[in-house]
Design a protein around this ligand. Structure first.
Ligand code: FES
Length: 136
């Protein structure tokens, strides 16, 4: 004899009818992960960075072809100090800790303003520009 199910018989504990849970749906590994971001994400170690130090604070600035170090740093929300943006005040002076090869050679204004400090890795962020391209 087949037992008839009612609404009340579906409430747990009110019926001796065994409720079976739905069978597990097999998951195929190839279809279960949906890729939505197709842009290549480079690991941090592969990104080209210049590390600059200003007033005992070190900041990473990502390589941005043909931009000044100051423009790139500000775009990347780095708290770099500056004032005139014309190579006169020296407020944007930074010491390059790493990645100096990503920058063009110092400008005449940098040479005039920084003098011997250039030899110890100092640059004017508003005057130093990233190379337009770098060898791979
Ligand atoms: S901001 Fe004045 S020299 Fe760079």
């Amino acid at each position: 004899m087949r037992k008839q199910l009612t609404v009340g018989s579906l409430i747990p504990g009110r019926s001796d009818v065994q409720m079976s849970s739905p069978a597990p749906v097999p998951v195929h590994p190839q279809t279960s992960v949906k890729k939505t971001d197709r842009s290549p994400v480079r690991p941090q170690s592969e990104q080209k960075l210049v590390q600059v130090k200003q007033r005992s604070q070190t900041m990473p600035v990502r390589y941005t072809p043909s931009q000044t170090l100051l423009q790139a740093a500000l775009t990347q929300a780095q708290p770099i100090a500056y004032k005139c943006q014309q190579g006169h005040c020296g407020k944007c002076s930074v010491q390059i800790v790493a990645g100096a090869s990503l920058l063009d050679t110092p400008t005449g204004q940098e040479k005039a303003k920084l003098g011997e400090k250039l030899a110890t890795g100092y640059r004017l962020a508003c005057q130093s520009t990233f190379r337009s391209s770098i060898p791979t």
